[in-house]
Design a protein around this ligand. Structure first.
Ligand SMILES: Nc1nc2c(c(=O)[nH]1)N[C@@H](CN(C=O)c1ccc(C(=O)N[C@@H](CCC(=O)O)C(=O)O)cc1)CN2
Ligand SMILES: NCC(=O)N[C@@H]1O[C@H](COP(=O)([O-])[O-])[C@@H](O)[C@H]1O
Length: 298
């Protein structure tokens, strides 16, 4: 039994572009607002009127001080498609999350293409899968064991030629340098196999995470996808799913249950970022607009 955890599935947000500040969306206070369609003009989005249903009363939302800022590119015009995004992936191991998202790009579920892979282990499963699929492989960082590895500065320079839109960390076990974080603001995601902020940080990776969860007596666990900042696992949380921790779970059984949800969630989140459906609330929390119902956010 895997349960989706969707705290705000009944919430509806309506966003009005303010002429004063084309990068911020604010909630109008005049009660329910209808919109009919969305189109993009120059650098900001205009929302026209249409009846919406089951809106959370705006005054309730406004009391929570909710204002939203677009993800930067805004919503596409009705008449034109959203540009396909270039993706980079960082792996250290087998790369099952990478393979799951890559297969979603091939099937068309994710409107993006992996253009480069970075790894600290030149012969890991993820790197070999990339080579088999014609995806260039870069080694980072430079270590005794990986003398071909790049420095942080050279990594940023090497990646710049691929015109990357988003970087996905998928089982990468080294610290992402601040130079790369500065070069790709709000554009680097990581998947972690616990419900952050619990069981995260230095030393929490792979089976070590699940061992700690079981030892704690926690009844639920699950994967988290978050934006990456300078520290391990402290960036803004974007998505989570929950799974039960059973009384007689082994580390391997819990790891497998969480990993199944990781694969599904990462493909959904990758689709959202490529569709430009990530919106940053004024309080700094990123939220995802539902593909099926644009009135729903989670
Ligand atoms: N700047 C950031 N870099 C990375 C993040 C991040 O959030 N910010 N996430 C990690 C992935 N990760 C958890 O999701 C993670 C990976 C590795 C470690 C860790 O303790 N690593 C060991 C070395 C392990 C090894 O080399 O085998 C260590 O640093 O001592 C913690 C969390 C990816 N990068
Ligand atoms: N803290 C980072 C961490 O533990 N990441 C975890 O490593 C595994 C990689 O599997 P994969 O290589 O098969 O995708 C995944 O479970 C991922 O959440």
């Amino acid at each position: 039994m895997d349960t989706l955890f969707n705290p705000s599935s009944t919430s509806s947000f309506t966003f009005i572009q303010t002429h004063k500040n084309p990068q911020s969306f604010s909630l109008r206070t005049c009660g329910y607002l209808p919109f009919s369609s969305q189109f993009k003009t120059q650098s900001w989005v205009c929302l026209k009127a249409q009846e919406f249903h089951n809106l959370t009363p705006l005054n309730v939302l406004k009391k929570r001080g909710l204002k939203c800022v677009s993800s930067g590119e805004g919503l596409a015009d009705e008449g034109e498609g959203i540009r396909r995004k270039n993706l980079a992936v960082f792996v250290s191991g087998g790369g099952s999350n990478f393979r799951a998202v890559h297969q979603a790009t091939v099937s068309g579920d994710v409107h993006g293409s992996f253009v480069v892979l970075v790894t600290n282990k030149h012969d890991c499963g993820g790197a070999n899968y990339a080579r088999e699929n014609g995806i260039p492989v870069i080694i980072y960082p430079n270590t005794k064991g990986e003398p071909e590895g790049l420095s942080s500065t050279d990594l940023v320079a090497a990646l710049s030629k691929y015109k990357i839109d988003f970087i996905l960390l998928a089982g990468y076990l080294k610290l992402i340098p601040s130079e790369l974080i500065r070069a790709y603001p709000k554009s680097i995601l990581n998947i972690h196999p616990s419900l952050l902020p619990a069981f995260g940080g230095k030393g929490y990776y792979g089976t070590k995470v699940h061992k700690a969860v079981i030892a704690s007596g926690a009844r639920y666990s699950g994967p988290t996808i978050h934006f990456v900042d300078e520290h391990y696992d402290t960036g803004r949380i974007l998505a989570q799913r929950i799974v039960p921790v059973l009384a007689n779970d082994t580390v391997e059984e819990l790891a497998a249950r969480v990993l199944r949800q990781e694969h599904k969630m990462y493909a959904e989140v990758a689709a959202a970022v490529c569709d430009e459906r990530v919106i940053w609330r004024e309080d700094g929390v990123p939220i995802i607009q539902s593909k099926a119902n644009p009135n729903h956010y989670s």
